[in-house]
Design a binder for this molecule. Sequence first.
Ligand code: LMR
Length: 456
Amino acid sequence: MASSTMLSTGRSSPAAFMGNTKKLGPAAGRRGRDFFLKGKNFGRVRMAVAVNVSRFEGVSMAPPDPILGVSEAFRTDTSDVKLNLGVGAYRTEELQPYVLNVVKKAENLMLERGENKEYLPIEGLAAFNKVTAELLFGADSPVIKQGRVATVQSLSGTGSLRLAAAFIQRYFPDAKVLISSPTWGNHKNIFNDARVPWAEYRYYDPRTVGLDFEGMLEDIEAAQDGSFILLHGCAHNPTGIDPTPEQWAKIADLIEEKNHIPFFDVAYQGFASGSLDVDASSVRTFGSRGLELFVAQSYSKNLGLYSERIGAINVVCSSPDAAARVKSQLKRIARPMYSNPPVHGARIVANVVGDPSLFNEWKQEMELMAGRIKNVRQRLFDNLSEKDNNQKDWSFILRQIGMFSYTGLNKAQSDNMTDKWHVYMTKDGRISLAGLSLAKCEYLAEAIIDSFYKVS
Ligand code: LMR
């Protein structure tokens, strides 16, 4: 970097002036320092030269994001066979991004109506907040009928989790959040940045590539009473392994007994099983017990609104009065963070969910997307079973649900997938089946078998 001459007014802060610029001549340097030590501002104009040293010397290079960084690496690969199974984003059989027809129709409606771009209230679009809570809990559920849910539109799943984390930090400063091991790569960042302490509960059993249910219960039991328990509502990310309805009931028993607060992350409602109600059943199990709980919602996957950043935080409270107070505080936290949320995605959701004909069409499109992922899952299993001379049991892939499969590949094996086969995936062994086509399953099966057996 070339040196440059800088003009300082002498009103700079000591740190800014002394840290990284050199005054003209030693005497000038001493004088400058003396001024600061005395803490006086003489209002003089001083000349200073910046010499190849930035004020940002102390800023180190951040590592690439474990998920979104995979897409960045994918873009720079020039291979024809490359495959991006990193980020959880739905692609068509031609591996192209997909905009749902109902989304296009809702956007046309918005254009026809000539809707304006005024600020939304801090809590978001009222029509969105109404339909999103009803979609989650069921319009006839007691929590909705009794007005016990505080719903605030937020910036998709991440923004909703972050808002709730800030609320926990402010109102439950002594509480810990328990997170599944493993979990979605961003959960820990969210609670770290919000300064909310967290610990892990066992979830994944590498021996069975299934749920470690006993371990999960033991860890939830051992946690201090009144802890927050972060649960994936459906299609656990990254494992694709969900508790059964009976297991959910036992988890709810224990959480109730321990006076814990369930905190659901619902990023795939309708997208996991193809049914909105089935995918909300875990949350509803807890809601119907009269428990107070948090639920973060996202429309990135089920409506394909990834870049619209549309979702909500819902806090179920024991009374409408508590819900009103909680909502007022969530708004208070949101205002200095991002002021108020964006309107476009909220209107799309409100139009689709609030209109019976668009709603039905959405359900059909969602079934199609979920169905394509199930077909790919089956084909991958078939190809793996056919190609594997060692007859390993790959059926765990069929038992997983949602857009991901947790392959059980370790970091070195995942690296081999990328370095040798140009298959981009997260280093925890997760692949996004939503980014896979039937045509590419055979190639992927070969890559997995090679990596699994040839790399330790
Ligand atoms: C994923 O897990 O791939 C998605 O939820 C995208 C993201 O933001 O990480």
